[in-house]
Design a protein around this ligand. Structure first.
Ligand SMILES: [Zn+2]
Length: 357
């Protein structure tokens, strides 16, 4: 079983399914849940890094009376999760562990494919999901963490009561997909069904699935001038690295939690990058830009080389997702309340912090 979940994690750990530290996988028996630790990637998961959790202990969460204060609530949940880790494991369990635990199936593979997010972020997502995947459970957007786990768990129980079986496909609005089954083969079959169905949809509608570039890569002088301008406005620590990419349409708002974590909710779009443009952006948004877009290119900004590269990578992914939502009625951005929850979320910032080590 452990070998199987490692194999599945690698099979669904490529950029077609997840980017950065996104997505997670688990397997379980009656007493233990083995799950990918927070801050690691699916592609590099090993037997040794899997976190083993005590399912009976974790189940106490289902009776937890949540604090009305979101910060307190997430802290309480984090503590309970930490005490659910068996002493023979180390690492911080994924915040989505109780959700994995709630599936009565051996394997759970959760990913955020752009192909699926074209549907989950589409205005017509709920109706189209029902048409394409009538057996899937669609869950309207919920803040990640404890709330997400409990809302999805509740919806799964209701679905089970109604149909006699727990769903194997759970589609989360503006987030991604959970696929669960008792065998590796069934996980593969379910993923193939979802991905092939959506691929055929985009193809029939002539909706391109690759990034649409709107110019050549910026030349060396432009890259160094833009980098210097960003660094002089943000400081050489915060903007130690700038990753340059040929221009494309960057997302016009917050798409999913991971897009916010890695690329921020909004990009700075301007013709001339200078201190005034960056200061105006900070004044309007309350944070410095991670993605800067000019007619010459798209620039990812970070304190590490990896952060800068991931900022561009998530802008690219977001650009593709926005493009795909054309098939499903256009883009539905996260609301200000949803966006602010992520921007203030300690768990995610911790994840990013350790995933960039
Ligand atoms: Zn997720």
């Amino acid at each position: 079983m452990i070998d199987n979940i490692i194999e599945l994690s690698h099979a669904y750990g490529g950029t077609f399914y997840v980017r950065g530290g996104g997505g997670n996988t688990s397997c379980k028996d009656a007493t233990s849940l083995w799950i990918k630790p927070s801050g690691t990637t699916l592609a590099t998961l090993t037997r040794e890094t899997l976190v083993r959790m005590d399912r009976a202990k974790m189940a106490e969460l289902y009776d937890y009376d949540p604090s009305p204060d979101a910060t307190q609530r997430e802290a309480d949940v984090k503590d309970l999760m930490a005490t659910s880790v068996f002493p023979d494991s180390s690492g911080r369990p994924s915040v989505e562990a109780p959700l994995h635990d709630s599936f009565p199936y051996t394997y759970v593979v959760h990913t955020h494919p752009a192909r699926v997010n074209g549907l989950t972020c589409g205005v017509q997502g709920p109706a189209e999901c029902e048409r394409l995947f009538p057996d899937a459970l669609w869950v309207p957007y919920v803040d990640p963490g404890y709330t997400l786990c409990m809302v999805v768990r509740e919806a799964m129980m209701e679905y089970t009561k109604r149909t006699g079986a727990c769903p194997k496909l759970v589609v989360l609005e503006n987030h991604g997909i959970f696929v669960a089954a008792d065998t590796v083969q069934e996980i593969h079959d379910l993923y193939a069904h979802v991905m092939d169905t959506l691929g055929a949809e985009y193809s029939a509608a002539n909706t391109p699935e690759s990034l649409t570039l709107i110019g050549d890569s910026p030349d060396v002088e432009t890259v160094s001038a833009t980098t210097a301008a960003i660094q002089s406005a943000l400081g050489s620590k915060q903007a130690a690295y700038v990753a340059a990419h040929a221009p494309f349409h960057v997302p016009q708002g917050p798409l999913t939690p991971d897009h916010i974590v890695y690329s921020k909710s909004y990009a700075l779009e301007c013709e001339i990058v200078d201190a005034a443009a960056i200061e105006a952006f900070i004044a309007a948004n309350g944070y410095p830009p991670s993605v800067v877009r000019t007619s010459a290119g798209v620039f990812g900004v970070g304190s590490t080389e990896k952060d800068a590269a991931l900022a561009v990578e998530f802008a690219e992914d977001g650009s593709i997702v926005e493009q795909l939502t054309a098939k499903y009625g256009g883009m539905r951005y996260l609301t200000d309340a949803s966006r602010e929850f992520i921007e203030n979320w300690e768990v995610e910032s911790y994840r990013k912090q350790i995933s960039t080590e």
